[in-house]
Design a protein around this ligand. Structure first.
Ligand SMILES: Nc1nc2c(c(=O)[nH]1)N[C@H]1C(S)=C(S)[C@@H](COP(=O)(O)OP(=O)(O)OC[C@H]3O[C@@H](n4cnc5c(=O)[nH]c(N)nc54)[C@H](O)[C@@H]3O)O[C@H]1N2
Ligand SMILES: Nc1nc2c(c(=O)[nH]1)N[C@H]1C(S)=C(S)[C@@H](COP(=O)(O)OP(=O)(O)OC[C@H]3O[C@@H](n4cnc5c(=O)[nH]c(N)nc54)[C@H](O)[C@@H]3O)O[C@H]1N2
Ligand code: SF4
Ligand SMILES: [Mo]
Length: 692
């Protein structure tokens, strides 16, 4: 049989590695890293290979599925669209636009046919109740960039390949493959960095990344804001701020610095676990390095002071002159622009959530408020839900409570490929065809990449006649909803046309023909300073001291500094992808990875044996699991991965269901949010552990 080789970027994580897909006729038979990809240079992780499992997964849906009681029935596409349009329209006609909510999950950013088409559908629904995985993840990054630089996506990325000194907090790129830093083969890049300079990592667990770092410090969960205050204060003792290059374009820097200086850091070691002497030395090294960058990810964003952390990180880069500088933190100039005219700058506070009054950001409300919007009666109560590529029952705070609430919805429509912990509640599931059968351009990840790269992904296999592409599904729903409400609907053109239009809007000079001639993608060179020229603040300047952040700093100063008691944090494994890839046999074979990790001293203090079953309790929930003694853990910190908990009735994931493991988010507290932007504080959760 003839073997053909086709190329495209992996659709599974932010690293967007180039893959070489080998077909026999139209059957995918093998996958390798694409050695000719100028960005990923042949890198592939176990998930890339697991595309073989995903493509042949018998549990993956291909036709619309309607649920009647506990039975699922395959129905036709036209019937499905009409049913969805009529139900959504009827519920809004009776209860108002707010009665329909939407939740968009992480894979939306990996599919052009989702991310470019959903906004039009959401606009037509006119609901204030739009939620996404961004508010259990990177909202603090976007929020701070919107305040300081005037656009949520003027988001500086570490110049990992050129920096001499990388101060990293709350990220584990060796397991996660990098995040808000699209850097395929990140371990190799970090090893090159430690050969020429230094990688310093602050994490409550000695992670896979800690193993290759030059230096690792344990830090008390949730205490990063205090560490960063002390760090910026220490920078100021090393010499004057190197801000000459920003000149007139920098506003409020003195005020920001003065506010930071006012915070009392006398007890810093007790609060953070890191000594004043160590902080002094790190600050000295940061200032002395030819180039340096401070970066914090999930671990520092999903905590009560996440937004403050992201601001203090920007201040550290500014103080040392590394913002918008080679080897420091730079904003990518992506070929399809995500900033500038016609893009969403990240406005905030235009409306508030009905029950708790949490403010809107970038057109969305914090997902920590979703369940209460469904369960609290009154005008505006959510009675119908649309999820697209999301599994909030396993991924958002107090998922068990959300699952209860979902059972009571009047209508639930899912655009998803599985019947899982969330979608088992759906009245209708619309499954898109495989991403391999569709045009795709990584709008978001190219914009957050550590080099300027561009790549068009063309379909590498045919889709069956009775399958629908994701963008066709969204267009179909839009048309059906419009028909049911008597409004008009302007269908968007196919992806290839939209991608071409996006390229034409950017300044790269590339067009779709050029990209079609480059099946391995194009490398346009390293990042370049561009932030100063692109600022979108009203003043046209970097706003170093936004009033909201100064106020938040004051509340930090008077916040409870005690971080005693056991705290829970999460972890990722290189073979995981949030909650949804446990059905891939290649990824779940081998030893179990669901266990709670705790320091041996913490176990001894509780008279718990290594391997025992333990009960973990939080303010809002509890679960029972096995514990493993591990000196990877900082004493006083327990660690549990998220994305497990496939035991719910009705989940149709044959392989995943065999996995032991409970859901971290049965413990998380919807009231624990970042005070400024409402992002969920998933990490640093107070818990108690006892023998089960
Ligand atoms: N405790 C804790 N909770 C966390 C985190 C944590 O670190 N700790 N991490 C958070 C983060 S960073 C994120 S991003 C969120 C993720 O939160 P979610 O996005 O809600 O969760 P996922 O597990 O990524 O779910 C992806 C869904 O997309 C479906 N899917 C897969 N491929 C496709 C496709 O091609 N099309 C469509 N339509 N559907 C598809 C899957 O079946 C699944 O239902 O979880 C957050 N939750
Ligand atoms: N294999 C795999 N890769 C993934 C994913 C996956 O599920 N599996 N998910 C993808 C997604 S959606 C995202 S957003 C990215 C996330 O990518 P990363 O941000 O790198 O995510 P994590 O691996 O969760 O790393 C967070 C680290 O923060 C630490 N931490 C927890 N609490 C604190 C704290 O209070 N302070 C400090 N300093 N550290 C803390 C944790 O121990 C952990 O090592 O990964 C993406 N890539
Ligand atoms: S690192 Fe990410 S993009 Fe690369 S192969 Fe693995 S899952 Fe795919
Ligand atoms: Mo994420």
């Amino acid at each position: 049989m003839p073997r053909t080789f086709r190329f495209r970027a992996c659709p599974l994580c932010e690293a967007i590695c180039g893959l070489e897909l080998q077909f026999e006729d139209d059957r995918l038979v093998a996958i390798r890293g694409d050695g000719a990809d100028p960005f990923s240079h042949g890198h592939i992780c176990p998930k890339g290979n697991a595309i073989l499992d995903l493509e042949s997964d018998p549990d993956r849906l291909t036709r619309p599925m309607r649920r009647i009681g506990v039975e699922w029935q395959a129905i036709g596409w036209d019937e499905a669209f009409a049913f969805a349009g009529e139900r959504l329209a009827a519920i809004q006609a009776e209860h108002g636009a707010s009665a329909v909510a939407a939740y968009l999950g992480n894979p939306n950013v990996h599919h052009f046919g989702h991310i470019a088409y959903l906004p039009a559908l959401l606009r037509s629904l006119r609901t204030p109740n739009v939620f996404s995985a961004s508010s259990v993840d990177q909202w603090p990054h976007q929020f701070v960039c919107a305040l300081m630089y005037g656009h949520q996506f003027l988001l500086p990325i570490p110049d990992i390949d050129r920096t001499d000194y990388f101060l990293m907090l709350g990220a584990n790129p060796v397991a996660s493959n990098g995040s808000l830093m699209t850097a395929p083969g990140v371990a190799k890049r970090l090893k090159a960095l430690t050969a020429r300079g230094k990688l310093v990592l602050l994490d409550p667990r000695r992670t896979e990344t800690a193993e290759i770092a030059s230096e690792h410090h344990f830090i008390r969960p949730g205490s990063d804001a205090w560490f960063l205050v002390a760090f910026v204060q220490a920078l100021a003792r090393k010499g004057p701020a190197r801000i000459a290059a920003y000149g007139e374009r920098l506003s409020g820097f003195e005020a920001a610095l003065a506010a930071v200086q006012e915070i009392d850091c006398a007890d810093i070691e007790a609060q953070t676990g890191i000594s004043a002497t160590a902080i002094e030395r790190l600050a000295g090294e940061f200032m002395a390095a030819p180039s340096a960058v401070a970066y914090g990810r999930m671990g520092v964003s999903t905590q009560a002071h996440g937004t403050l952390c992201q601001w203090l990180l920007q201040l550290a880069n500014l103080y040392s002159g590394n913002l918008d500088r080679e080897g420091g933190a730079l904003v990518n100039e992506s070929a399809i622009p995500v900033t500038g005219p016609g893009t969403s700058r990240g406005q905030r506070g235009r409306w508030r959530s009905r029950v708790r009054g949490l403010p809107e950001f970038a057109g969305e409300l914090p997902v920590a408020a979703l369940t209460e919007e469904m369960t609290t009666p009154g005008q505006g109560q959510v009675r119908a839900l649309l999820t697209c590529a999301g599994n909030p029952v396993l991924s958002t705070p107090d998922g068990r409570e959300l699952a209860q609430a979902m059972g009571k919805l009047e209508f639930y429509l899912a655009i998803d490929v599985y019947i899982n912990e969330t979608t088992r509640h759906a009245d209708l599931i619309l499954p898109p065809a495989s991403p391999l059968s569709q045009y795709h351009y990584d709008v978001i990840f190219n914009a957050f990449a550590v080099r300027r790269v561009a790549r068009l992904n063309v379909p590498v296999r045919e889709r069956a006649a009775d399958e629908r592409a994701d963008w066709e599904i969204i267009n179909g729903l839009g048309a059906a909803f419009a028909a049911a409400t008597g409004k008009s609907w302007q269908a968007l053109p196919p992806p290839r046309e939209l991608i071409a239009a996006g390229l034409a809007q950017g300044g790269s000079g590339l067009d779709i023909a050029a990209l079609e001639l480059a099946p391995h993608g194009l490398d346009l060179g390293p990042l370049r300073p561009s932030l100063l020229a692109r600022l979108e603040t009203a003043s046209g300047k970097i706003e170093a001291a936004p009033p909201e952040l100064l106020a938040e700093l004051c509340s930090l100063a008077i916040a409870d500094r005690k971080t005693t008691g056991l705290r829970l944090i999460g972890r990722r494994d290189v073979r995981s992808n949030n909650s949804w890839m446990h059905n891939a046999p290649r990824l779940v074979k081998g030893k179990a990875r669901h266990q709670l990790l705790m320091h041996p001293d913490d176990l001894a203090a509780r008279r718990i044996l290594d391997g025992a079953r333990v009960r973990v309790r939080s303010r809002t929930g509890e679960l029972v699991t096995e514990v493993v003694a591990s000196d990877e853990m900082m004493p006083g910190v327990a660690c549990l991965p998220h994305g497990f908990g496939h035991g719910y009735d009705g989940v149709q994931l044959a392989r995943a269901r065999q996995l032991v493991g409970e859901s971290y988010n049965d413990l998380t507290d919807p009231l624990a949010v970042d005070a400024l932007c409402g992002n969920a504080a998933l990490n640093g959760l107070p818990v108690e552990v006892e023998p089960a």
